[in-house]
Write a protein of this length. Structure first.
Length: 294
């Protein structure tokens, strides 16, 4: 039965491919200038050019009179791999295991969607799984700049020929015959009142045993424990080289744009739209990933 993993060992495997050039970018050169996983202040400029591996994220390194609201523009697209790896604890594990999870549920002739695909890391992870060979791989993002970076970056890999990128709003995109839907750090940028309708459309595009992989920043019901995890996350970012100024300015820019919810709220909503079972399979600090089985 496809609703259960084929082998526990498959879900626990985390191979060296997690540390491929797609997932871990440790470049030290600065960028040429300065809904997905991280965004940028509206005051940032446009980059002149960028390498395939992206630049280093210093978008908030200098004092800004007004950080503005985050948006998915060319500046963040040019530094996205560095930004996401240094901002989200456990990101490389989630992306690598996304392929493993997708392989457990991929149906030949079906589609694997990545909603808010950014640079296409999760789709590439799925494309490398033999079980996904006979599936259509479709990445959807509403940011032109992000898709341009994704296209250039994925061109390095032979699996790119199997990945289709589409510029569209995930709230409007038709979904059909979806054995796997990936939403890694996307739903948190969608207004709360629109989240249930989107998840309902995803469920309606699935057959029993298909899977949604949903990764999100989480908040905890206990306010003191929630603040404790937020402080630990800031410590994590300091360990990655972000300054207190960068952390503070980015947090200000994210207010009312990235709206996290509790694990309980996610599970209740997923059950309400028709998923048969769901829960967190991975969590590091206040970032978690859930699986929801149709």
């Amino acid at each position: 039965m496809r609703e259960e993993p084929r082998a526990l060992q498959a879900l626990l495997s985390c191979t060296l491919r997690l540390w491929s050039p797609l997932l871990v970018m440790t470049q030290n050169v600065p960028p040429d200038s300065s809904p997905n996983a991280d965004i940028t202040p509206s005051t940032a400029g446009e980059p002149a050019s960028t390498t395939l591996s992206g630049g280093r994220d210093d978008l908030f390194a200098s004092p800004l009179s007004d950080p503005g609201l985050f948006r998915f523009d060319a500046s963040v697209a040019s530094v996205f791999p560095d930004m996401i790896n240094r901002s989200v604890p456990g990101y490389a594990t989630v992306v690598g295991m996304t392929g493993t999870l997708a392989a457990q549920h991929a149906r030949p002739g079906s589609r694997i969607y990545d909603l808010g695909c950014s640079w296409g890391a999760s789709l590439l992870s799925a494309a490398r799984e033999p079980a996904c060979d006979r599936c259509d791989l479709i990445g959807i993002d509403n940011s032109k700049a992000m898709l341009e970076q994704a296209s250039s970056h994925l061109a390095q890999f032979p699996e790119a020929s199997r990945i289709e990128l589409q510029r569209a709003d995930v709230l409007d995109t038709p979904l059909d015959n979806a054995s796997v839907v990936i939403m890694n750090y996307t739903l948190q940028f969608i207004p709360i009142e629109q989240r249930e309708a989107l998840l309902k459309r995803i469920r309606e595009a699935m057959m029993p045993g298909d899977v949604l992989i949903l990764s999100e920043k989480l908040t905890l019901p206990d306010p003191r424990l929630n603040e404790y995890l937020i402080d630990l996350h800031h410590d994590f970012k300091r360990q990655q080289g972000y300054s207190d100024l960068e952390i503070a300015q980015k947090r200000q820019a994210l207010e009312d744009v990235l709206v996290p919810e509790t694990r309980e709220a996610h599970v209740a909503r997923l059950n309400a739209v028709g998923f048969s079972r769901c829960d967190v399979w991975f969590q590091c600090l206040n970032f978690g990933s859930l699986i929801a089985i149709a």
